[in-house]
Design a protein around this ligand. Structure first.
Ligand SMILES: *Cc1c(COP(=O)(O)O)cnc(C)c1O
Length: 393
């Protein structure tokens, strides 16, 4: 049995493409071509060149000496925070903009919650000179004004979603409506391993460069390609899918997924989907999601905007229910403390999303000679105001 996607677009019982009939041609166009395009020599050449010269890859695999001493185990950090734009998201948007070009698309749409995916999309649209439209909830536009300004500087048009709770899921509905109305010339860039098949698999493949690099880098320093554990925070699950990808079917490598417990799993203010979620359909995919008894999606909460998502991608839902992945949830308070600790021990200020992954060492003990690789998914610059308010800096 494999933990990769099967030919029908499922991870175990999760995944698939649950979409309105009018969207079917768009998704089918992508599904029928994505593997062939991605595997072609010309695509790989362009993708690899951009990853190297534009994104700044390979990112370092850094042995965190003082952090390791503190927790009495060997911790390596995969430095996705050093990617252009400050996080792993650009690995995917670079891949998808090339995919859009191969498919002959001239217009790019995306939805964004906190704005990070919107910025990563606007960035690659500027790079390629393609029209970029980003749907964003009206409330999120108010909350995330620096990212709105970034998108505008990069030439994107930000359209407010004014219906419903005026947040991410409403922006998603607007983007889907746009795609239905513009099937021929438009590509929809989804920002995580979510959405209808083939998106979760396509995004995982673009992010898989993370574990591809780790294998080579670890071989040089530890004389093995296989760490004992790979650890990542999970919002939708794309940075996690990237660090797990080449280890999914290797039982020697433990997989640890870290979710946001928010103010605590039992408080009603949380985003811990594995603990609280039930099977449902979100964003065109069958997966675990937080919902009320009658199937309404629950509004998630986390101090970190990037983990504030009511579901997880189908790969992760399967890792959870099959037991292949170990799922840990971390509160806002524990994450903030871990972020400050990494800054003081290693001189690296992490994104608050990433701080959740770092916080597991407080309670989850590892052996002294275990090699644990943590995906340092992003840098903390965008979160400085939250750190300032929280710690009274
Ligand atoms: C967006 C984001 C995440 C969460 O998204 P995933 O798809 O789960 O990776 C995590 N870390 C950072 C820094 C982010 O910007």
């Amino acid at each position: 049995m494999s933990y990769q996607v099967d030919e029908k677009g499922y991870y175990g019982e999760f995944g698939g493409a649950f979409i309105p009939e009018m969207l079917y041609p768009n998704v089918e166009e992508l599904r029928s071509q994505y593997i062939e395009i991605m595997q072609s020599e010309s695509f790989q050449k362009k993708f690899r060149a951009l990853l190297k010269d534009y994104v700044g890859r390979p990112t370092p695999l850094y042995f965190a000496k003082r952090f390791s001493e503190k927790y009495n185990t060997k911790v390596y950090l995969k430095r996705e925070d050093l990617c252009h734009t400050g996080a792993h998201k650009v690995n995917n948007t670079v891949g998808q903009i090339l995919m859009a070009q191969e498919l002959g698309k001239k217009r790019i749409i995306a939805e964004t919650g906190a704005g990070q995916h919107g910025v990563a999309t606007a960035t690659v649209c500027a790079l390629m000179g393609l029209e970029c439209i980003v749907y964003m909830g009206e409330i999120d536009i108010e909350r995330q004004s620096p990212n709105v300004a970034r998108m505008k500087m990069l030439g994107a048009k930000v359209i407010p979603a004014k219906s419903g709770s005026r947040t991410l899921k409403d922006a998603t509905n607007e983007a889907i409506r746009d795609w239905i109305n513009n099937p021929v010339d438009t590509h929809y860039i989804i920002g995580s391993v979510v959405g209808p098949h083939p998106y979760p698999d396509m995004v995982a493949r673009f992010q898989s460069v993370i574990s591809e690099e780790i294998k080579k880098q670890l071989k040089e320093v530890e004389n093995t390609e296989d760490p004992d554990y790979v650890v990542a925070c999970v919002g939708g699950g794309s940075n996690a899918a990237g660090i797990y990808y080449h280890y999914l079917d290797n039982p020697k490598v433990g997989i640890i997924a870290v979710e946001a417990a928010g103010k605590g799993i039992d408080t009603g203010e949380s985003a811990a989907t594995s603990a609280l979620g039930k099977m449902g359909i979100i964003h065109g995919s069958k997966t675990l999601l937080m919902q009320t008894g009658d199937g309404q999606i629950t509004e998630p909460y986390s101090i970190s905007a990037g983990l504030d998502y009511p579901g997880v991608g189908p790969m992760h839902a399967n890792l959870f229910t099959s037991g292949r992945g170990e799922f840990i949830s971390i509160t806002d308070d524990a994450a903030m403390k871990a972020g400050l600790e990494l800054a003081k021990l290693e001189g690296i200020i992490p994104a608050i999303e990433t701080s959740h992954a770092l916080a597991i060492f407080e309670n989850r003990k590892f052996k002294p000679d275990d090699v644990v690789v943590v995906n340092l998914s992003g840098r903390g610059d965008k979160d400085l105001n939250t750190y300032i308010e929280y710690f009274n800096l």
